[in-house]
Every structure is written in structure tokens, then in C-alpha cells.
Design a protein around this ligand. Structure first.
Ligand code: NAP
Length: 303
């Protein structure tokens, strides 16, 4: 299968490229950051440029486009609302139109941040209500995909963790820095997620590739609901870090962070029943990551 991954230089796109590179014909796109040693083909593409998007998609002729490229920092989206709209709305519109023209199936990656976070355990049928500009633009991106694309999946993913791309890391990067440098890590006890090991995102998407009849909206969260502080303690335990650097903190006491859902946990039963997928829980995911690091670097240290 020919797969075009937008945002191949980013955390998720990079990991998906690694996941699929031995089994499919893969091409990744990059915006400002050109990966040098990518283990796959790469092409420059600014998704805001409709003409360029059409040209690239036509020349690649993909069976599937996995659209991960986005402005992803909630703080940056708040600071630069116009740019966030250009990338997350116009960019998505360009990709959706090109996918339709080329009769490619589109997998649009969305986020748990389309929810307000008041109740958690969100199903696909639950009302949305993003709390910041990032979530708003991703939700509007979903609407654009529904309106324009003819063959699509909208896949809402939760907070993910895993190996960094050359230019972008998951939230683990910030924690690793803290543990490594013995810096206090303020971790929220009142922010709940269903974190997903990024390799499981790849495994889940792989199942979608084999099931062309599946369309529409799906959640793919991890198996476990956990707060960020507990996640930090599990990380310390798995990797042998000193847990005393963790300072349990309440998000509600903080004034200087962008609006963030308290409980954006995803209920993924629809995806699990449709595909038979069963991902790892947090301990299993962290152990798998530790093993991956030891294979990559010959040690279970992540730096
Ligand atoms: N990471 C998570 O935990 C998480 C959770 C839920 C959903 N998601 C979703 O997953 C997707 C990927 O997230 P991520 O964490 O991998 O993000 P990331 O590391 O910030 O990567 C973003 C990617 O988008 C590309 N990009 C940005 N602006 C572009 C433009 N104008 N034209 C072309 N490419 C552009 C970047 O390319 P350059 O760097 O080369 O410019 C980069 O490859 C996003 O859609 C996000 O909403 C992520």
C-alpha cells in the first residue's frame, strides 16, 4: 500500500514512519524540519499551500493519507490564532480536497482535547466542547474532513508517549529532563488522561489499513485512566529514576497555563470492538519503551 504521512518530522508522524516503513511504501512530509536520516522517503510540503498539496498528492498517488501535520502546542495556538487556523483548518481542508480528488482514503488525526474535560470516559457520541484554541481548531478540522472527504476516518488520539522524533518529543521529554537533571517536576494530580504508547497508535492504525469498510469517527485511547502525577511515579519506577523530584501539584492552583481539560479520558470501546485491538496499559507501555531504548542504545537509560 502507498501511504503518505503528513507531519512525518513530528513526534507521531515520525513514529508511524518507523512503524510502517518495512511493510508499506511510505512517504513522509516535513514543513520546517528536514529529517536527515529518516529510514524512508521524505518530501517538503507546506499544507497551507493548496496548489502544492494537490501537486504532491497527485505525484505520490497514495492509497491512504494519514494526516498528522498540525500546530500542536496549545500555548502556541493561543498566541498565534491566525497561524493555528491556517495550519489546522486551511491545511486540513487542502489535504481533504486532495485526498478526495485522488480517491485516497484519509485518516485524520484528531485529539482528546476536543472535549471540555468535565466528565471523562468520552464516547464518540458525547458532545464536544474544547477549552482552548488548539482543541477548537482540531474540532473544526474534523468538521472540514466530514464535509469534504468522501472516504475518511477521524481518529481521536489521547496524550501519547514514546521515542522522540529528531525534532519533537512527547510529554515524556519534559519528564526525562527533570529526572535526569534532578529538577523538580510539578505534575498534576487533577488532570486525567488515557495515555497511549505511540507504538500502539501505529498498531491500531495498521488494523484500520486492513479494514477499508470502516469509516467515520473513532477514539483510540490507552487502556488505563491515570493522572499525570501517577504517570510520573510509574515512570520513575520503571526506569529507576529518583521519584522525590516529583512534586504533586493541582492544576486548579495554576493561573499561568492555557485552558486544559481536567478529565479528557477516552472511551475506545467502539474501536476495540470494530478491530479487536487491545493496547497496553501504562506499565506495559513503559516497559515496552524501556526495552526499545535498551535495544536502540544498549542501555535502559533514555539519554
Ligand atoms: N502528541 C500527542 O500526544 C497527541 C495527542 C493527541 C493528538 N495528537 C495529534 O497528532 C498529530 C501529531 O502530533 P505530534 O505530537 O506528532 O505533533 P508535532 O510533534 O508538533 O509535529 C507536528 C508536525 O506538523 C508539521 N507541520 C506543522 N505545520 C506545518 C505546515 N504548515 N505544513 C506542513 N507540515 C506542518 C510539522 O512539520 P515541521 O516540524 O517539519 O515544520 C511536524 O511534522 C496532531 O494532529 C495532533 O493534533 C497528538
Amino acid at each position: 500500500m502507498r501511504i503518505l504521512i503528513t507531519g512525518g518530522s513530528g513526534f507521531l508522524g515520525w513514529n508511524l514512519l518507523q512503524h510502517f516503513k518495512d511493510t508499506h511504501h511510505i512517504l513522509g512530509t516535513f514543513g520546517r524540519h528536514r529529517p536527515e536520516d529518516a529510514g524512508g522517503e521524505f518530501i517538503h510540503l507546506d499544507i497551507r499551500d493548496a496548489v502544492e498539496v494537490r501537486r504532491v498528492v497527485r505525484s505520490v498517488g497514495p492509497d491512504i493519507i494519514i494526516h498528522t501535520a498540525a500546530m500542536t502546542s496549545p500555548a502556541e495556538c493561543m498566541r498565534n490564532k491566525n497561524l493555528a487556523r491556517e495550519i489546522n483548518l486551511s491545511g486540513t481542508e487542502n489535504i481533504a480536497r486532495a485526498a478526495k480528488e485522488e480517491k485516497a482514503r484519509l485518516i485524520f488525526i484528531s485529539t482528546d482535547r476536543v472535549f471540555g474535560g468535565e466528565k471523562g470516559d468520552y464516547r464518540e457520541t458525547d458532545p464536544t466542547g474544547p477549552r482552548g484554541h488548539y482543541g477548537e481548531t482540531k474540532l473544526l478540522g474534523e468538521e472540514i474532513v466530514k464535509r469534504i472527504a468522501s472516504n475518511y476516518i477521524i481518529l481521536r488520539l489521547p496524550l501519547m508517549y514514546g521515542p522522540s522524533s529528531p525534532f519533537s518529543s512527547s510529554f515524556l521529554g519534559f519528564m526525562l529532563d527533570g529526572f535526569r537533571d534532578n529538577k523538580t517536576l510539578e505534575l498534576f494530580q487533577d488532570q486525567f488522561r488515557t495515555p497511549l504508547y505511540v507504538e500502539d497508535a501505529g498498531r491500531g492504525i495498521e488494523l484500520l489499513l486492513d479494514r477499508p469498510e470502516l469509516t467515520g469517527l473513532y477514539h483510540l485511547g490507552g487502556r488505563e485512566r491515570i493522572d499525570r502525577c501517577d504517570f510520573g511515579y510509574r515512570m520513575a519506577e520503571t526506569f529507576g529514576f529518583e521519584p522525590s523530584v516529583i512534586r504533586p501539584t493541582l492544576m486548579t492552583d495554576k493561573r499561568d497555563i492555557p485552558p486544559t481539560p481536567a478529565d479528557a479520558t477516552l472511551n475506545s470501546n467502539k474501536f476495540f470492538s470494530a478491530t479487536g485491538f487491545r493496547g497496553r496499559n501504562v506499565n506495559e507501555g513503559l516497559l515496552a519503551l524501556k526495552l526499545k531504548y535498551s535495544l536502540l542504545f544498549g542501555s535502559d537509560k533514555c539519554w
